[in-house]
Design a protein around this ligand. Structure first.
Ligand code: HEC
Length: 274
């Protein structure tokens, strides 16, 4: 009985082996491949405005690029190969096959970059024999899903109340306490919309120290009380309550609230000095 089980297992090994191999191939890290085999010529991220100035005003003398940057490559691949508005998996396959072909058999005729920019570059040397199929697939996929750092979702970074008090004393910034609970629909909505808006994040980072209190786990500090979630409290560095405001807010209204609170904090501060 036991022996036959062993044979059964052994019989399976040849079928399992290829699966293992393809799993390890799949695990090739596209970003690493790019850094090792492409970044020597195709530099990492450079903001579009800088690229434009470099090529249109300075004849590439400022950045002295040898090849399109990673963001140019990623952008053009997505724009020019396959159907940008069509099925994502389909386009990824087309991009992968274009990259595979281009890296092994570069050809100016097949180029997808802006001709004005391309004019500054030599034709890419073939990497045939220097790169494997799995690496090519991984690097193509990484390029396809590449996101410029600036576009990555930033978010408000909340701190605890004690650190906020210290920071407020040092910087004079206003403490903004958001009172939330996990079952609060409008808190989640605000977190996913308003608090993701770059202008809101910027305004908060500039003048405020954000604290989030989850009332299902924590008590409100400083003797504060609330009737609903979300509620926002704004407290100045001396512990004075500047404003308490319940409800969720859209971007422009929330920005307006932040501006008013900041103004009030400044008047209170000036008043205190006199
Ligand atoms: C020795 C320098 C060099 C290396 C290494 C290199 N490239 Fe290139 N590559 C270039 C140059 C120069 C161009 C622009 C001229 C051209 O299209 O041939 C280019 C163009 C391309 C293009 C076509 C874009 C276009 O329309 O111009 C793709 C796609 C590309 N490279 C992918 C890669 C990938 C992926 C790697 C790494 C696996 C890589 N390259 C490594 C120099 C290089």
């Amino acid at each position: 009985m036991k022996k036959s089980l062993l044979w059964l297992l052994l019989a399976f090994i040849p079928t399992l082996l290829p699966t293992f191999l393809s799993i390890s191939a799949w695990a090739v890290d596209g970003e690493k491949v790019y850094e090792q085999k492409c970044a020597g010529c195709h530099t990492l991220y450079i903001p579009v405005e800088e690229l434009m100035a470099n090529f249109t005003e300075h004849n590439n003398t400022k950045l002295r690029l040898k090849a399109p940057t990673v963001n140019q490559l990623a952008y053009r691949l997505k724009q020019r190969i396959g159907d940008p508005k069509g099925d994502k998996d389909m386009q990824l396959m087309e991009v992968a096959s274009f990259v595979h072909d281009y890296v092994l058999h570069p050809d100016r005729q097949k180029s997808i970059c802006m001709p004005e920019v391309l004019a500054y570059f030599q034709t890419m040397p073939s990497l045939e024999g220097k790169i494997g199929d799995e690496e090519l697939e991984a690097v193509a996929e990484w390029l396809y899903f590449y996101m410029p750092p600036a576009k990555k979702a930033k978010k408000v970074s909340f701190v605890d109340f004690e650190s906020a008090k210290k920071e407020a004393l040092e910087t004079g910034k206003i403490i903004m306490i958001e009172v939330t609970s996990p079952t609060c629909h409008y808190c989640v909505k605000m977190e996913k919309t308003t608090l993701k808006e770059p202008e809101v994040i910027e305004a908060i980072e500039r003048d405020f120290i954000p604290v989030r209190i989850d009332v299902s786990r924590q008590a409100l500090p400083a003797g504060l009380s609330y009737a609903m979630t979300p509620t926002f409290f704004f407290i100045d560095s001396r512990g004075r309550l500047l404003k308490k405001i319940p409800g969720a807010w859209m971007r422009d209204d929330f920005l307006q609230i932040l501006r008013e609170v900041k103004k009030k904090a400044d008047t209170v501060k000036d008043g205190g000095k006199k």
